[in-house]
Design a protein around this ligand. Structure first.
Ligand code: ZN
Length: 290
């Protein structure tokens, strides 16, 4: 599943190939990826045609392309979406869903999505910030991310700190993989309640989250399966530098203890049971007075 670094890699690719171009035609090959657009496939295509792409922006895992009329083309890659820049003559991908022609014979944009949890829509007046995603917090690579506010909010929360790292209203872009890596680096178990962490611990966890994202970005994102590839169809290599995620039963790179995997919100959490001890439960008050 694409996470922030992968989406940023895609954004950089689109910045290079799409900005300043005018959309000359849109072909919607499957209606599902445009289901969030009330115009329907035909209206979606008509509204985009003739518009110039003025930039590329991202918040968390959402991408948007501001258009010359103040609207935006808003995209989410979902579980398996890819935004590809291809020569128009290149063979169609098996799961090609939307083809966007540009005013150049060299390239066109293609939205490819096998499972179709992702999609594209037009956000009216959304060039600056689409209202559809205004509730999503900034990500830690955003220069305007407020570290102190984040630390204070985490320390007010009674839920486990991993759950907080995945809360898009608090911090965006730190998905399951990078949360596990940041927690391993900070030596904190994901079930530790935020309210039981010190200010320094939360600050350190935030710094590690930021570092993990920056490193993954430098590597072109993480790729665990063939579903995700970047804008040119190349996979990232960050999975070679993971310390916790996906390493069940392999020795911890710090202490040698086998990494453990536990179920977490329909997914998995990986941690070192020695470096990241499971928090002790507070003794619960008896339900019935003795
Ligand atoms: Zn360890």
């Amino acid at each position: 599943m694409p996470e922030l670094p992968e989406v940023e890699v895609v954004r950089i690719g689109l910045e290079r190939h799409a900005v300043g171009r005018t959309i000359t035609g849109v072909e919607v090959l499957h209606p599902r990826p445009v289901r969030r657009d009330p115009r329907g496939p035909t209206g979606f295509a008509a509204a985009l045609t003739g518009r110039r792409i003025d930039g590329t922006r991202r918040r968390g895992k959402y991408l948007w392309l501001p258009l010359d009329n103040g609207d935006a083309l808003l995209g989410h890659l979902g579980m398996s979406g890819q935004f590809l820049v291809q020569p128009p003559a290149a063979a169609a991908e098996r799961h090609l869903r939307i083809r966007i022609s540009l005013d150049t014979p060299e390239t066109e944009l293609r939205f490819v999505d096998q499972r179709m949890f992702g999609g594209l829509s037009i956000s009216s007046g959304g060039a600056e910030l689409p209202s559809e995603i205004a509730h999503i917090a900034r990500d830690p690579l955003d220069p305007e991310f407020d570290d102190e506010e984040f630390v204070a909010r985490v320390r007010r929360g009674s839920s486990g700190v991993k759950r907080q790292l995945l809360n898009q209203a608090l911090i965006s872009g730190v998905g399951n993989i990078y949360a596990d890596e940041a927690l391993w680096r900070a030596r904190i178990h994901g079930e530790r309640p935020g309210e039981r962490l010190t200010r320094a611990q939360v600050r350190e966890l935030l710094e590690h989250s930021r570092d993990v994202l920056k490193e993954a970005l430098g590597e072109g994102g993480t790729s665990f399966d063939a579903l995700y590839v970047n804008v040119n169809g190349e996979s990232g290599y960050f999975d070679r530098s993971l310390h916790a995620y996906g390493r069940q039963d392999e020795p911890c790179d710090r202490c040698g203890t086998p990494i453990r995997r536990v179920a977490f919100m329909n997914r998995s959490s990986y941690f070192c049971p020695k470096c990241q001890p499971v928090p002790r439960r507070r003794r619960a008050a008896p339900l019935v007075p003795e």
